[in-house]
Every structure is written in C-alpha cells, then in structure tokens.
Design a protein around this ligand. Structure first.
Ligand code: FES
Ligand SMILES: [Fe+2]
Length: 418
C-alpha cells in the first residue's frame, strides 16, 4: 500500500513524479479528493429556465446539472439506475424528461423515475419507481453564480471552504453591479497531462509564461516578457489562499483596448467601487488567474474571463471543459470582442492553451519511467519569503514564487493521507 503522504515532502518542498503518473494515486484521488470536497459544476446563467440542464463531471462521475420543473438547482448522477448508461449524452439543453437510450427508462429533471417501458406487462407493476430515481448529489451551493456540488453530505460549507479565495474571486465575479453571465456552449476536449499540472499552473505558476508563452510576446500579443509586473506586493503578487487555492494578480500592460471596450472598462471600475471594498476595487481589471482546489481555474484579462475545469481522466489525461464569462451589462460589441479573444487565447483553438498542452502532455508521456520517478520535482521557489499583509488576505509574495502552487500539494497530501 502506497504511503501517499511520503510523496510530498513538506520540509524540502518537493513532489514525487509518481503523484502525476501512477494509476493507484489516481484511483485514490478520485475517492479521497473528488468525493470529499466542493467541485465546480457550472454557472447559474447556463441553466436559467425550468428544465434547463447541462452535462459535466464530478471527478470520474458524469453528472447532470439541472434546474428542475419547480426552479430548484439540482445535481444528479448521469447514470441510469437500470444498467448505468448515461441518460443524457448532450452537452446542454432543455428537456422535461431524460429518456435512457438503452431500454427507455425516463427521468424528470428532478431525478424522479417517471416512465418504465412494459411496467405492467413485464414488471407486473411491482417496480417501485420512487426507489429508482437518479442518484442525487447531496450538497449544492452557489457563490455569486458559480455552482459547486459535494458528494460528502457532511463538512464545511462552500463559503468556509473558499475562505480567503472568495475575496479574490470577487475581484472578477463581483466587480460589476449585475454580475456575469456565461457565453452559450462549452469547449470540450481531451488533453494529455495530469489534472494537477493544469490546476497548479493557474493557481500560481506565472513563472512558466516568460518561457512557454514567449511566442505570444514575440508576435505582439503580449507586451511584457517576464510576466512579473512593476509593483511588487501592491498590485503584482501571488497568494496562497489556504485549502489548496491559489491566485495571481498582476498589473501588466495588456495594450490598448478598442474604444468601446475601454469605455466599458471605465464603467466596470466605477461599479467596482460600489460592489467591492476599496482595497479590492484598486485591483480590478488587473490580470487575474486562480485555481479553486481541486480543479476549477479562472483567468481574467483584457476584458475576457475564461472558466475551465480540469476533469481527471486517468493519471495522464484531462477532460477540459472551458467557457467564457462576460459582464451581463456589456454592450453587444464588447461581448463579441470578448468572445473572439477567448477563441484566440484560452479555448481549444487558443494559442496559450496549445502552449500549455504541449508541456503537460510531454511530462505525462515521458516522466513516468522507473528511474526518473525516484527523483522529485522542485517546488522551492520563494519558500519562507511570503508575508501576511493588512490590505489583502492570504500569504502574499510577488511574482515569481511557488508558495501558492505548493499549497495545492499540501492540501492534496492532507486529503490523501486521511
Ligand atoms: S440502462 Fe437505462 S433503461 Fe436500461
Ligand atoms: Fe500557461
């Protein structure tokens, strides 16, 4: 039996390659992490009407996020109680019933089993339909439109779980009066790599950007080569938020926005003064990148906000779900600029996305051998140099540092050793 705690060395700040490569690690993660914590499942604006639904995953389990006929949000296992086929294979839509394609059992958006072919002739009316509804995930809570669910019926609330991270998420999702909405649809693709490498990058690895994404600067799509900003501690910093969450804020110059977008940015700045604290309002519209442990990442800059979920799919494969958020009140032209920027940068066709995919896939393909796995990866950058500050929560350090990134593995270790 593997001693999972031994794979993360808290004193030396190192992590064993086995954490990213081993099948047994992956299987225990599914149980000890993905069934025991809050997982992001979607945005409220994606299911505005009764009987709206979308399909996603919680760890390895396919789930349906629905708004039932009475308007309540529910999360249900997308698995027929008869033989387990997914009752819904579409990405999203509106339906009163999910008809299982295999033998035709039909469930409503509240999960109740409504229809069973040949109930009378073949089951002799002896099947108790109340017992055979879709399995419901016991806890569902929202934070400013972001919906999370938890297989564990006990334990801390979403608010407690987010802790300091809520302050930083607010910089993005609460910077305007009427909040944000999701663009319709979701980019979905599969990628070689371990889900934690993606999560750690968004949770605090600005260090990679100057090397891996240098081509963006070279073709004129970024203006500053080192991705560190100019005001360390003030507006250029990284945060270890606790519970494995991490955040990066930097105020790098993103170039000039088209006039209509620039005007909308001014509107957001004015609104942020009312929706946020003065300390938060000063940071609005910086480049902001964060990970909510375990697998939700958000990146917001030059006006676009990309939400992505790194669904684990074996130790060496990620199922990526990615979509955009935009201010509800943005003019149509600004929404269109935003949508195009998302496609160009962070989406299945995005340039940044493709750079990252190369690194994660390379590590997954080549670093699991019996020799390399004996030598740990180094997460020592900045250790011991973080500070608590009065104007913002969490443990702060200017870019670049791996304090926040290693925080993810501290949380991982704690949960895996339980
Ligand atoms: S598997 Fe769904 S009806 Fe048989
Ligand atoms: Fe990247």
């Amino acid at each position: 039996m593997t001693d999972f705690a031994s794979l993360v060395d808290l004193d030396r700040c190192t992590v064993s390659p086995r954490v990213f490569n081993d099948q047994d690690v992956y299987e225990v993660e599914l149980e000890k992490i993905f069934t025991r914590t809050w997982l992001f499942v979607g945005h409220e604006s994606q299911i505005p009407e009764p009987n709206d639904y979308l399909t996603t995953f919680m760890g390895a389990e396919p789930v349906l996020l629905t708004r039932d006929a009475s308007g309540s949000i529910r999360v249900l296992l997308n698995s027929c109680r008869h033989r387990g086929m997914r009752v819904c294979r579409r990405d999203h839509g509106n339906a009163k019933l999910f008809n299982c394609p295999y033998h035709g059992w039909a469930y409503d958006t509240g999960g109740k089993l409504r229809g069973v072919p040949q109930l009378e002739e073949s089951y002799y009316n002896e099947l108790n339909r109340d017992e055979w509804g879709l399995i419901e995930i016991p806890r569902v809570e929202s934070f400013r439109g972001l919906i999370f669910a938890n297989f564990d019926a006990e334990g801390e609330s979403l608010e407690e779980y987010l802790g300091d991270m809520a302050w930083y998420l607010d910089l993005i999702v609460n910077r305007s009066k009427n909040g944000m909405i999701a663009f319709p649809g979701c980019h979905r693709w599969r990628l070689g790599g371990n889900w934690k490498l993606a999560a750690e990058q968004f949770g605090g690895d600005n260090y990679h950007a100057g090397a891996l994404h240098r081509s963006m600067v070279e073709i004129g799509l970024g203006t500053q080569g080192d991705f560190r900003g100019k005001n360390p501690w003030i507006s250029d910093f990284e945060v270890k938020c606790g519970n494995g969450h991490g955040f990066i804020n930097f105020d790098i110059d993103s170039g000039e926005a088209p006039p209509i977008q620039a005007a909308f940015f001014e509107q957001i700045r004015r609104e942020a003064v009312e929706t946020l604290t003065p300390e938060q309002a000063k940071l609005v519209l910086s480049v902001q990148v964060g990970t909510v442990f375990p697998n939700l990442s958000i990146i917001s800059f030059i006006g676009f906000t990309s939400v992505r979920v790194w669904h684990p799919c074996g130790p060496k494969e990620i199922r990526v779900h990615s979509y955009g958020l935009v201010e509800h009140d943005a003019p149509p032209e600004v929404k269109e600029i935003t949508r195009k920027m998302l496609g160009l940068t962070f989406s299945s066709s995005g340039i940044y996305e493709q750079d990252d995919g190369v690194a994660w896939g390379d590590i997954a393909e080549f670093q699991g051998g019996p020799v390399r796995r004996k030598y740990p990866f180094n997460y020592q950058m900045g250790r011991g140099h973080g500070k608590r500050m009065d104007d913002k929560p969490g443990l702060i350090h200017p870019p670049s540092t791996e304090i926040g990134v290693f925080g993810l593995y501290e949380k991982w270790r704690e949960m895996m050793a339980r």
